[in-house]
Write a protein that binds this ligand. Structure first.
Ligand code: GDP
Length: 365
């Protein structure tokens, strides 16, 4: 399953946010592929399209798609040099597909800040520096190894060294590897290094409870926004404390509490959707009377692979898929009307599944 790692300095509110995530967490019986681990929280992805399909089909059961948040606590300055449990944490970050960087934007005299004052920009730079230093080490090792192989004058290795040098230069200028413009081929060259600063990032700005409705007036949030904009990253303002309280409530109580706070939806939902987007994922749906369900695939997956997400048998025995886009089905109201309108397509093995496709697979067992 895909994973987003939650990182940040100590005392910024990571555990609080992570508690909210696990509290609100999904029924794991629905997601047998997910990890059972205290540091992993499985979250369901809210999706209006799934709600609409449920309304149309009236199934016995509706199952959203899910992904995992991993709590990567304990990152401190000096981690890349083995401070704290440094290397172990960096190794955990290597395993995730995207990073949610929690930044402290609340003031509270009772809660010590590791550097003595609330300083979101400084915090971000502290963490980023550790990731950059770790990447410099990976890149330099790789360059050394490649150079040794270069003696034969192999063109492929020469290109590899050239790409690595470009990445190295960016890192030495305090820029993350993801800021380097690379073609798809060039990205492939460095993929195996699993560089930490290559991973997509979003910033979760943890604000005080009292500021949850009007986060834009928070001067710390503004600083984070400016920084994030420069690197094209997204900022999700959130109050970890409030989310922890919201996560304990359900149904009516939850709705009432949100209304009291003046919120449309929980910050956690916004965070989940932003992280899902960051992971670069597509959702397709199956819509039967037994079950309406959302499934996650990577962009570019073909129909058999997408079917394999449901069950490996579906991939192995794949024959064809009946496909209608969510928009067409929602507008048509029923599958039959969509069919009459010629919107139900038969697609084969080479079909690249699109976000929002409603699919029915035909397969041999
Ligand atoms: P971590 O070290 O990053 O995991 O931080 P924690 O989640 O343990 O939070 C550190 C302290 O800050 C705890 O006492 C939390 O209750 C408190 N805290 C977290 N978020 C907020 C917030 O939005 N407002 C205030 N006042 N305290 C918070």
């Amino acid at each position: 399953a895909l994973k987003a790692g939650v990182v940040g300095l100590p005392n910024v509110g990571k555990s609080t946010l992570f508690n909210a995530i696990t509290q609100a967490g999904a029924e794991s019986a629905n997601y047998p592929f997910c990890t059972i681990d205290p540091n992993v929280g499985v979250v369901e992805v809210p999706d209006y399209r799934l709600d609409k399909l449920t309304e149309l089909v009236q199934p016995n059961k509706t199952v959203p798609t899910a992904f995992e948040f991993v709590d990567i606590a304990g990152l401190v300055a000096g981690a890349s040099k083995g401070e704290g449990l440094g290397n172990k944490f960096l190794a955990h970050i290597r395993e995730v597909d995207a990073i949610v960087h929690v930044v402290r934007c609340f003031e509270d005299e009772n809660i010590t800040h590791v550097n003595g004052k609330v300083d979101p920009l400084g915090d971000i730079q502290t963490i980023n520096l550790e990731l950059i230093l770790a990447d410099i080490e990976s890149v330099e090792k790789k360059i050394d190894r490649s150079r040794k192989n270069l003696k034969g004058g192999d063109k492929k290795i020469a290109l590899e060294v050239e790409v690595l040098e470009r990445v190295k230069e960016a890192l030495y200028n305090d820029q993350p590897a993801r800021s380097v413009e690379l073609s798809d081929d060039e990205k492939l060259i460095i993929r195996d290094l699993h560089l930490l600063t290559m991973k997509p990032v979003l910033y979760a700005a943890n604000v005080a409870e009292s500021e949850v409705v009007d986060t834009d007036n928070n001067k710390f949030v503004q600083v984070v926004r400016e920084f994030a904009a420069a690197e094209g990253a997204q900022v999700v303002p959130i109050s970890a404390k409030v989310e922890e309280e919201i996560a304990e409530l359900e149904g009516e109580d939850k709705a009432m509490f949100l209304e009291e706070l003046g919120l449309q939806e929980s910050g956690l939902n916004r965070l989940i959707n932003a992280a899902y987007k960051l992971l670069g994922l597509y959702t397709y749906f199956t819509a039967g009377v037994q079950e309406v369900r959302a499934w996650t695939i990577r962009k570019g997956m073909k129909a058999p692979q997408a079917a394999g997400v449901i069950h490996t048998d579906f991939e192995r025995g794949f024959i064809r898929a009946e496909v209608v886009s969510f928009e067409d089905l929602a507008a048509a109201g029923t599958m039959n009307v969509a069919k009459e309108r010629g919107q139900l397509r038969l697609e084969g093995k080479e079909y690249v599944v699109q976000d929002g496709d409603v699919m029915h697979f035909r397969f041999n067992v």
